[in-house]
Design a protein. Structure first.
Length: 304
């Protein structure tokens, strides 16, 4: 769905959306669901990593837009992939920090020796919780899924840095339809509602800060980082983060022009595209950074 398609739904234009966000298109699920896309992303990640489904100990699916409550998306992935040994559960609600938080959860299990092989998936059909009458939000979001396989190794473990600030949660909300008083909830509250400027200000301040914290916590200099893979929300946010860190914007790859903001799927989709293009080299240090509803934000350093 390109910006001109959006302009048929709400008062906006391709020019306005490109200028303010960098988004040109977004992919909207047709028959696919959060679960079916999670399965496909998981299948491709395992194939890409040369890992058999039977080797997987844990499947984590980060999503705020699953089509199922029970069984969880991760158990559906386990069944469909034949990952018979794996335990699966979903991480809901971490939203656009979701992939980074799921990655950190996986790393904690690997570091403690509880599991040796983890499949981490971010999958979203945000189109189902988007208010297509609200031009402040519907221009931003898209659907998609991505996945990564993490394995225990003897290499260095990097400490993540994460934060939550529930006091500022009102900046980005979506009320559940699954409550006793659902008939009294205004329909627009059951779609994502956002104070765009508040979220923008939060992101451009907190993301460079947390990247600075994670580099310091791990005694890594910015010059040692090959690329910064940020949650793909808005081109202006990514550019502002680069500027505040004093790092060249070329070290901040982007694909939001093609997919919009796919919440917990954005980082693994970008990681996969960079990997497929040969841009990631073994041993390179990479920063992942997520931010979003909660409010929540966090960053991790990893070695490819
Ligand atoms: N098309 C055209 N005009 C629009 C519009 C749209 N899609 N959305 C808002 N406007 C109008 C507003 O009504 C306002 O008009 P007014 O000055 O006559 O009142 C004007 O544009 C400016 O609105 P504002 O909300 O200040 O725009 P903005 O520059 O803050 O851009 C966002 C809006 C949503 C693009 C921007 O705030 C943003 O990207 N925020 C971060 C959101 C985000 O990334 N969230 C997810 C984080 S995980």
């Amino acid at each position: 769905m390109d910006n001109n398609d959006i302009a048929k739904l709400v008062e906006t234009s391709d020019e306005w959306i490109r200028e303010r966000t960098g988004v040109e298109r977004r992919h909207i699920a047709g028959k696919e669901t959060t679960v079916s896309m999670a399965v496909e992303a998981g299948r491709r990640a395992l194939a890409n990593a040369g890992t058999a489904p039977e080797e997987v100990d844990l499947i984590l699916v980060s999503t705020i837009s699953s089509n199922v409550l029970l069984p969880c998306a991760a158990c559906e992935v386990q069944k469909e992939l034949g990952a018979v040994k794996a335990t699966g559960f979903d991480l809901g609600g971490a939203a656009c920090s979701g992939f980074v938080f799921a990655y950190n959860t996986a790393m904690a299990f690997l570091a403690s020796g509880v599991y040796r092989t983890v499949l981490v998936i971010g999958s979203e059909t945000l189109s189902n919780i988007t208010n297509w009458k609200d031009r402040g939000t519907c221009i931003l979001f898209g659907d998609g899924a991505g996945a990564a396989v993490l394995k225990a190794s003897e290499g260095q473990m990097y400490r993540p840095v994460t934060h939550s600030d529930g006091a500022k949660g009102a900046a980005l909300t979506c009320e559940s339809r699954y409550t006793k008083n659902w008939k009294e909830i205004p329909e627009e509250n059951t779609y994502m509602k956002m104070d765009g400027q508040a979220v923008f200000k939060f992101a451009v301040r907190r993301v460079p800060e947390v990247i600075g914290e994670v580099l310091e916590a791990n005694s890594v200099a910015p010059g040692d980082i090959s690329c910064y893979i940020l949650h793909q929300a808005n081109r202006r946010i990514v550019e502002a983060v680069a500027k505040r860190l004093g790092e060249p914007v070329e070290k901040f790859p982007m694909n939001l022009q093609e997919y919009g903001n796919t919440s917990s799927a954005s980082i693994p989709i970008l990681l996969d595209e960079l990997n497929q293009s040969g841009a990631l080299k073994k041993g390179q240090k990479i920063v992942l950074a997520g931010f979003g509803a909660g409010l929540s934000w966090g960053a991790s350093v990893l070695e490819w």
